[in-house]
Write a protein that binds this ligand. Sequence first.
Ligand code: FES
Length: 349
Amino acid sequence: MAHFHPLTVKQIKSLTPSSVAITFSIPKDLLQTFYFVPGQYITIKKEVKGKELRRAYSISSSPKSDSITIGVKKIDGGGFSDYANTKLKEGDILEVMPPEGRFVFNTSSSAKNIAAIAAGSGITPIMSIAKTVLDSNADSKFVLVYGNKSYKETMFYTDLMKLQLEYANRFFVYFTNSQTKEENSLFGRIDVSTINYALKNKHKDVSFDGYYLCGPESLITLASNTLEENDVPKDKIHFELFTTTEIKEELPVTANGKTQISVVVDDEEFSLSMDKSEIVLDAVLKENIDAPYSCQGGVCSSCIARVTEGKAEMVKNQILTDGEIEEGLILTCQAHPTTPTLKIDFDDV
Ligand code: FES
């Protein structure tokens, strides 16, 4: 299981009035540990106001760089994003977990045409994917539809303009602003017509090898439905949910009674008793067991474990495939036990 490592904040750059890009230096001896595939995220652990917070942030930099950059948008309600935007300084040290995540673009040296649809901070992993696609082959193309309220609120705007200059005729971005009518931008929220305009009209001659969607659930649903209506096969559509809240949703109580649970983490086995109505990860963390987790909202994939005995049901799952669930994998932050005994293994995933 991966562990946290102290990394130094090398640079903090303001992206918009409410977001920053944070770049970490990666010491030579950790370069291998912090190797990543474009699209992946890191988890940061930080104590804020006496409470340990863990937050997952996608990487925006290219894997070719010797540092790692993330984009952090300030969310109402404080938490780490508030701290990062107002108090964090260059030279500070943060505890960071090595990159993980399944929303990835597997680099290939052959020409690839990729389309991406993103909204708000959902642009962050797309930045890394776009740089990689464009850099890997001189014939690759990248078309991006990117929605925001206004240019002022557009994260990585300057970097996107630089990419347009650097990769003229290969990188195309369709800014879509919902609150301001501005030059070189479409007006309104991203909708079926915006997607069709960019992909079916402006780039109708391009055959896309993959589609990457990143943003809130409503955007992912709209974009994937639109692509499927255009006969795009499901296996070409990749998506990452970006919630706009750091507040954990209330989970419904669905079962009564107790479960005796055994947990394997880092080759150690622990036993505990928990209510069936409780979430497995919450019960495990209460016992101070060092299980992996990040978002606690079913959005990342840090908390996956394998059920080796008994059963657990997930309240929400947008990450695991039906095959993986059949194999016994669960998101422990979304699962509660349904049998009197349950064995889970965080190492065997
Ligand atoms: S901790 Fe992120 S999905 Fe469970």
